[in-house]
Design a binder for this molecule. Structure first.
Ligand code: SF4
Length: 610
């Protein structure tokens, strides 16, 4: 039945596997071969994809799979203790499926609920605000084997927590407003050009140029991508429109996996029409007929509401054939759900994933604007970028450019979490100082702020007058606050664990380097580190910067180096010595060999030189 819901194409592979996982708690033996035959892909590819994504499993992972979000903000709220309590209630060990196959409990990377953590996923469905009472409740429901559909709905209630709205969150647009504005602007442009045309051919060319008027507004606005890289949106759209290809695609990157980021969750929950409107304006400008929204697997709860919004838009002619009655303006959107792979937030990895493959970043160039989905021209933008584009289609580029700073036009949504009284979503014009955000969210005695997630930047109190802007502190949206009770070494260690877990393993420098970084941080935490280890961390950064294949590897040492620079005493007080010390006791490690050989004489021991 699952296969019947999907086109029999290789691109359907990930979506089919995800649905099988959800229905059966794993990919049962034999089903992988059935899927391979149905989609006409090698069995090795099916297994390779199933093994790549952390939410898929070739081994049974229990009728109930409970995953505790393990971002640093979840840890600060006690997720480790809650996880132990859950394991105790269910009589199982972390990371192991119970003997009877009923349940498994494990950790997963940040689930995007940092404003209402600690959070868990049960079979992919988010339950925020975990505490002792909720642990008991969930454990009882699992032990009673109550189907998830019968669990109390309030358990799954995810709040928006919007604390400050500006032009985007307070937009007031109705579905279709941005599209009507774009089409009307195009018609004016055509009339003007047609009036100046000297021939039928010139008039036809003029008709095809209508969307250029909206493209000009997007360019004039100076809108830059909100996913982190900050590339100019208008130029991206223009390059895609001008690229050669059989078809064009619009892709919305809703895979916000950066720990500490959750603003796209709110946009998709309460402003889905604006997201789809921005995608459709983009399709109008670049000439695309198909779009995809790639939704992170942790936001499973948003899938059906988003599909309902798409259905409503189709019913009123805002998607489908001849949108707004415009002949030839055909566009529709599919939603693909991710399956737990942070690297898929990188746009070329996301496209690989959309094609049903493992999410390995591609070599670039060529870039997606010319060789994206199925090697065709593709525009990939973040959720927030599409929302801003829809606003610009209505209000114009000059209006938007007047907000923010000269190099950072418009507003930015921040996902504020950590040590503050009012975590949630804050929208500010670019150029707002960090100090202002801290005041608004009720942060006190703040020691540090991690901006833009682990791969971003960590700043200390003497830098709080710095501003949120591409020219100062660029951010995809995460804003994690740490007060002076926090140990910044442990913060950095959590981020090092995150990178080691999320490295896709494709290239050796990142695969090995992120593991080495984690090992060194663990060694320092055990009190076995030396100054040599601190130097090694710097060396690792140089290797990863120079030799990694994608941005994950390039940024993997940022949190450790930032905290080492600003909070060095947090590291040094854990060091065993300022000279080299072995990371482990070699003589003890040889005890097993001595036992097996029956030797315990002096020659079978490593002599200490000291
Ligand atoms: Fe994968 Fe890391 Fe290499 Fe990127 S840098 S391709 S995440 S192994």
């Amino acid at each position: 039945a699952i296969l019947d819901r999907h086109p029999r194409r290789p691109e359907s592979l990930l979506q089919v596997l995800r649905e099988v996982q959800e229905a059966a708690g794993g990919i049962p033996p034999g089903v992988d071969a059935e899927i391979a035959a149905a989609l006409n892909v090698p069995l090795a590819r099916v297994r390779g994809v199933a093994g790549f994504y952390s939410f898929l499993s070739l081994e049974p992972s229990g009728h109930y799979r409970v995953l505790f979000s393990d971002n640093i903000t979840d840890r600060m709220l006690g997720n480790q203790e809650l996880m132990q309590a859950m394991c105790g209630k269910l009589w199982l060990e972390p990371g192991r499926t119970s003997e009877d196959g009923l349940a498994s409990v494990d950790f997963t990377s940040c689930t995007g609920m940092c404003d209402q953590g600690p959070a868990i996923l049960v079979n992919g469905w988010a339950i925020p605000r975990m505490d002792g009472g909720r642990v008991d409740q969930v454990a009882e429901l699992v032990l009673a084997q109550r189907p998830l559909a019968e669990w109390p709905r309030e358990l799954f209630l995810v709040e928006d927590n919007v604390r400050r709205a500006d032009v985007l969150l307070g937009h007031g647009l109705q579905p279709g407003d941005a599209l009507r504005a774009a089409v009307a602007r195009g018609a004016d442009h055509q009339v003007e050009d047609a009036a100046n045309s000297r021939s039928w051919r010139e008039a036809n060319v003029a008709a095809a140029q209508g969307p250029l008027a909206t493209l000009e507004e997007i360019k004039r606005s100076n809108l830059r991508g909100r996913g982190g890289a900050g590339f100019t949106t208008g130029f991206k759209w223009e390059a895609c429109r001008n690229a050669q290809g059989k078809g064009r695609y619009v892709v919305c990157n809703a895979d916000e996996g950066e720990p500490g980021t959750f603003k796209d969750r709110v946009l998709l929950n309460s402003h889905a029409d604006l997201v789809f409107e921005g995608m459709t304006v983009c399709a109008y400008v670049i000439g695309a007929s198909q779009g995809f929204l790639y939704l992170r697997g942790e936001y499973r709860h948003l899938l059906e509401p988003l599909r309902e919004t798409l259905a409503r838009r189709r019913a009123v002619g805002l998607l489908g054939k001849s949108i707004l009655g415009q002949a030839g303006f055909d566009f529709d959107i599919e939603i693909h759900l991710g399956a737990g792979a942070y690297v898929c937030g990188e746009e070329s990895a996301l496209i690989e994933s959309l094609e049903g493959k493992r999410g390995i970043p591609r070599n670039r160039p060529p870039y997606p604007v010319s060789h994206g989905y199925l090697q065709q021209p593709t525009t990939v933008n973040n959720v927030e970028t599409f929302c801003a584009a829809a606003l610009i289609a209505v209000q114009g580029g000059d209006w938007y450019r007047a907000i923010g700073t000269a190099k950072s036009a418009g507003t930015k949504l921040l996902s504020v979490s950590g040590d503050c009284a009012r975590p949630g979503i804050y929208e500010y014009p670019f150029g707002t100082p960090v100090r202002q955000v801290l005041e608004d969210c009720g942060a006190e005695r703040t020691l540090a702020v991690q901006i833009s997630g682990p791969s971003g930047i960590c700043i200390s109190a003497d830098e709080f007058d710095r501003r949120i802007a591409f020219e100062d502190l660029p951010t995809a949206g995460a804003f994690m606050v740490f007060d002076n009770s926090r140990d910044m070494f442990e913060v950095a260690r959590n981020f090092a664990q995150f990178f080691a877990h999320e490295s896709c393993g494709f290239c050796t420098p990142c695969r090995v380097g992120t593991s080495m970084q984690k090992e060194i941080m663990d060694k320092i935490a055990r009190g076995q580190g030396t100054k040599y280890d601190l130097d090694q961390l710097g060396q690792l950064d140089r290797v990863l910067q120079a030799a990694s294949h994608c941005g994950l590897g390039h940024g993997a040492c940022n949190p450790v180096l930032d905290t080492l620079k600003r909070f060095r005493p947090a590291y040094e007080r854990r060091l065993k010595a300022l000279t080299f010390q072995p990371a482990f006791d070699l003589d003890s490690a040889l005890a097993e060999a001595r036992r097996m050989t029956g030797r315990d004489d002096a020659g079978a021991h490593i002599r200490s030189e000291s």
